[in-house]
Design a protein around this ligand. Structure first.
Ligand SMILES: Cc1ncc(COP(=O)(O)O)c(C=O)c1O
Length: 376
């Protein structure tokens, strides 16, 4: 099978697996235990925290390990807004956030918060003017993703950070799709809080991290929590974290080369579609886009059909964010960029990764060409 669904999840790298295996045997202690076995696990945990901090150019005291991107988003935002509730009741987000954030903001609205959902243009980018106009003296926090998981569009994150800092609004960014794929640097990006996930970067599933600038106050979601400085309850998965950090180091070291390689494969695909005038629209921003994500619509063909045809030919692609699959509703991102329901249902996502070759791209092109011919 040709796997072209790396944005949904990735297989673990050999090195991450090896480290998991070794540390699960030798650093199995509970980091809260006072004996030497506990202390050595706690020491390894602190090394991992330091290493991750280096990769995102942050202070290690702001790193908290979690069970993944979803939990990172929820805990970061809830912990921050609880501590800053005195400021007001207003929150800002976008119409194209991942389901984990969309559902959280819907819940926060039900709890009485006032939420502004910023629209995006046809390429998936928010307007800085809209952002500035949405801010009120009661705005506590804005949550704006670094890049969209379906069409790969990258937001002008530094400019967003500058505006939010100027108005003293806390800035959380979901960096789950960008960490390890493009440069993530909390100082450059002017963000106060971010979330990342291990299974998108060849690490184990069920692991992630949050960074919150240490000078910013937050309040534990569950009072009485002791692990992770009170940020997240439960015994810390040290072997999983060591494996996650190994994967993170590997992907960040290879980032420039892999970025160039994947961007070339992506361009190869797009050039072919355009040159052969296939009835396919490539979605997302033409330049500010992740190198590994190709969001597209095959005109007049249901995305579900395209995905199943690819599957029948041994290619794994997706009809959108894995967290939306199974829901009858068309992709929120597609609707947000201005498609109608019918058009939105035509969407599929091809996502590239470490083992993607030119041959794989040629194979998926030929299957897509057949689908287009069937419907022409
Ligand atoms: C942008 C984004 N945020 C959050 C998540 C959730 O991450 P996890 O699967 O680790 O909970 C995903 C996963 O698809 C994602 O793409």
């Amino acid at each position: 099978m040709i796997y072209l669904d790396y944005a949904a999840t990735t297989p673990m790298s050999d090195e991450a697996l090896r480290i998991y295996n070794e540390t699960a045997k030798t650093f199995f202690g509970n980091t809260s235990s006072l004996h030497d076995i506990g202390s050595s696990a706690a020491r390894l945990l602190e090394i991992c925290r330091k290493e991750l901090a280096k990769l995102i150019h942050s202070d290690e005291n702001g790193i908290y390990f979690t069970s993944g991107g979803t939990e990172s988003n929820i805990l970061a935002i809830r912990s921050l807004i609880q501590a800053h509730r005195h400021k007001g009741n207003h929150l800002i987000t976008t119409t194209t956030e991942h389901a984990s954030l969309y559902h959280l903001f819907q819940q926060l609205e039900a709890e009485g918060y006032d939420v502004t959902y910023l629209p995006v243009d046809s390429s998936g980018i928010i307007s800085l003017k809209d952002l500035e106009e949405a801010i009120t003296p009661q705005t506590i926090l804005a949550s704006i993703h670094h890049a969209n998981s379906e069409i790969g569009t990258i937001q002008p994150i530094r400019e967003i950070g500058q505006i939010l800092r100027q108005y003293k609004v806390l800035f959380h960014s979901d960096c789950v799709q960008t960490f390890g794929k493009i440069h993530v640097d909390v100082e450059d990006m002017m963000i106060d809080s971010l979330s990342i996930s291990s299974h998108k970067i060849y690490g184990p599933k069920g692991l992630g991290a949050v960074y919150i600038r240490p000078s910013i106050k937050w309040k534990p979601c569950l009072p009485g929590t002791t692990h992770e400085s009170g940020f997240r309850p439960g015994t810390v998965n040290v072997p999983g974290i060591a494996s996650f950090i190994t994967a993170a180091q590997q992907i960040c070291t290879n980032l420039p080369n892999e970025h160039a390689r994947l961007a070339q494969l992506r361009q190869y695909f797009i050039r072919f579609i355009h040159k052969n005038q296939l009835p396919i629209t490539i979605e997302g921003h033409p330049e500010n886009v992740l190198p590994n994500i190709i969001g597209l619509s095959v005109h007049g063909v249901d995305g579900q059909y395209t995905m199943l045809e690819c599957n029948r030919h041994g290619i794994a692609i997706s009809t959108g964010s894995a967290c939306q699959v199974g829901k009858q509703a068309p992709s929120r991102t597609m609707i947000a960029i201005g498609k109608n329901k019918e058009e939105a249902k035509q969407f599929v996502r091809i996502s590239l990764g470490k083992w993607t070759t030119t041959n794989d791209i040629e194979t998926v092109i030929s299957v897509l060409k057949n689908i287009c011919n069937q419907f022409s």
